[in-house]
Design a protein around this ligand. Structure first.
Ligand code: SF4
Length: 381
């Protein structure tokens, strides 16, 4: 494994490269984004445009747009209902391992941290699946931490095949793979892939990823494309908001998704909006993304890419999550555990973050119904 200091744009042996210079063009557009340049009039103009350009998206993400949040929310709600009706998908994450080879300065799972590490056996995964399926859920997001050595591709494939007996839709949030490996996991039963770039600023990216395979910026950037080439139905994008300039990173993730959508029009796109939680060296930025700003980002995405799904995490409190699904979010997790396992027996490894919403599946379903929304347990057959 390469150690601290290797160039962030350098591929490691075995990492697949895709042709083209799309990443460089996108990073150029992101560098040119000047959030303070936009006025209230620019935001009003952007809101009135029927199809939003990148320039409109930039205005909607700017500080000036904070003064028009209510207007943005009304238009976003209309768009959400137009594309998704009253449907909100329900799922839960299942961590089957928490080993990680990366040193991410902002994450408790980083290899530098002495935490309880664990990995579920296939029999333990089956017991977890049975317990989760009893709650009525039919969609699962499988997570492993990012260790190819501890959670090898075949182990993940076996887990997916087993989980497929219980769930109709399976997403994966694991280390980035080559397209042939994504194709294998798709054959095992995986439907969609989530990979978050964390930050689209290559300098900051290098600082917060001093070691491990994740240090290679372009390999992570092209993960969604490799997943789609491997046959996956959908891909999810996101930046860790608060790690760097959250407006710039949000802008970049939106442009990233739009570029992939243009190249792979059949792909189902979605976004997640994790906010940085105070941890280690990066905690100084953790407070900059207030709930109002997080909502602004979500609304801007709804207006820019109205057909894209949006997931709201249990990093957020219940009141915020319920408000977000009423306006723009289309998917919500419930009955969540973020340690290894934890649905059928005690967790085998430490959790990745502290939950802000510990509601059960029944409680989240009831909250959706009180808001006139329909809980969808499986959105694809
Ligand atoms: S953010 Fe992901 S890759 Fe980084 S330490 Fe945490 S689990 Fe590992």
């Amino acid at each position: 494994m390469k150690q601290q200091g290797s160039p962030v744009m350098e591929y490691r042996p075995g990492m697949e490269r895709l042709p083209g210079d799309a990443m460089e063009a996108l990073l150029g557009a992101v560098a040119a984004f000047e959030p303070l340049r936009y006025t209230l009039a620019d935001v009003r103009r952007a809101l009135a445009q029927p199809g939003k350009t990148a320039e409109d998206f930039a205005a909607l993400l700017s500080p000036a747009a904070e003064g028009l949040l209510e207007e943005m929310a009304q238009v976003a709600k209309t768009e959400t209902r137009r594309w998704f009706g009253n449907a909100v998908s329900l799922f839960t994450p299942l961590y089957i391992a928490n080993y990680c080879e990366n040193h991410c300065t902002y994450c408790g799972f980083g290899r530098q941290n002495k935490i309880l590490r664990g990995k579920l056996s296939l029999e333990e995964i089956r017991r977890e699946a049975e317990a989760i399926a009893q709650t009525g859920l039919r969609e699962l997001l499988l997570l492993t931490g990012e260790s190819r050595a501890a959670s090898h591709v075949e182990y993940i494939g076996q887990a997916i095949s087993l989980l497929r007996e219980y769930f109709g839709v399976i997403g994966i949030e694991i280390y980035p793979l080559n397209s042939d490996e994504y194709a294998y996991l798709h054959r095992c039963g995986a439907d969609y892939v989530s990979v978050y770039q964390e930050s689209y600023d290559p300098v900051l990216y290098g600082q917060v990823h001093p070691a491990g395979p994740k240090r290679c910026f372009p390999y992570r950037f092209h993960a969604q494309e490799r997943a789609l080439r491997g046959g996956m139905r959908g891909v999810a994008f996101g930046a860790l908001l608060g790690l760097g300039d959250f407006r710039r990173d949000a802008f970049a993730a939106g442009l990233h998704a739009r570029r992939v959508q243009k190249q792979y029009p059949h792909a189902e796109l979605s976004f997640s909006f994790p906010r940085l939680r105070p941890f280690g060296e990066r905690q100084q930025n953790a407070g900059q993304v207030t709930e109002a700003r997080l909502l602004q980002v979500m609304l801007a995405y709804r207006l820019f890419l109205p057909f894209a799904g949006q997931t709201v995490s249990t990093r957020e409190r219940a009141g915020f999550r319920d408000h977000a699904v009423g306006l723009t979010a289309t998917k919500i997790s419930a009955g969540v555990r973020v340690g290894v396992g934890g649905h059928s027996a005690a967790e085998k490894g430490d959790p990745q973050f502290r939950l802000a919403d510990e509601r059960s599946v029944a409680e989240v379903r009831a909250a959706l119904e009180r808001s006139g929304l329909q809980a969808v347990l499986q959105d694809y057959v």
